[in-house]
Design a protein around this ligand. Structure first.
Ligand SMILES: [Zn+2]
Length: 154
């Protein structure tokens, strides 16, 4: 049976996420989620999306979608901004706790993105995030690209 991966495009609907000059995180995360999902499907993975258009579901609802799908992995994609231009730039992966396969997966994602030019700004434990706390599959990770205020393209 194919490995099943939930790809969650962060935010959506009335929740735009980070914004700058009319650019909205929710649009960037959706475009990226669909692109990543397409690549994974082409490689034989079974992909479940929490959203494929501009709708809002709470992080708790998204976790429920993940749990009910019976997926092996849950990946939530975000793109942050900072009030100070160029304060952060790179990739950061948030995980519930730094243990097991999810920690290895998070390290690998950061390393792979570092190899194509993104600054690796570490794997961070965030047990307080609902989407990480409430997903029951053994692997749950939230990937963030922390961009300068300009929300640079991927
Ligand atoms: Zn976000």
């Amino acid at each position: 049976m194919a490995v099943k991966i939930v790809i969650d495009a962060g935010h959506g609907g009335y929740d735009a996420g980070a914004t700058y000059n009319g650019r909205r995180e929710k649009d960037d995360t959706l475009a990226l989620a669909l692109a990543v999902g397409e690549i994974l499907e082409a490689q034989g993975y079974d992909v479940v999306y929490t959203r494929t258009d501009d709708v809002y579901d709470s992080p708790v609802q998204k976790a429920r979608i993940g749990n009910e799908s019976g997926a092996d992995f849950f990946v939530s994609i975000h793109r942050n901004s900072s009030p100070t231009p160029n304060q952060y730039n790179g990739v950061q992966t948030l995980i519930y706790n730094n243990a097991g396969l999810k920690a290895t997966m998070a390290e690998n994602v950061n390393k792979e993105l570092e190899q194509v030019g993104y600054r690796n700004i570490n794997v961070v434990e965030r047990p307080d995030l609902a989407v990480l706390r409430r997903t029951r599959m053994p692997l749950a990770a939230e990937f963030r690209r922390i961009a300068p205020r300009t929300l640079q393209s991927w």
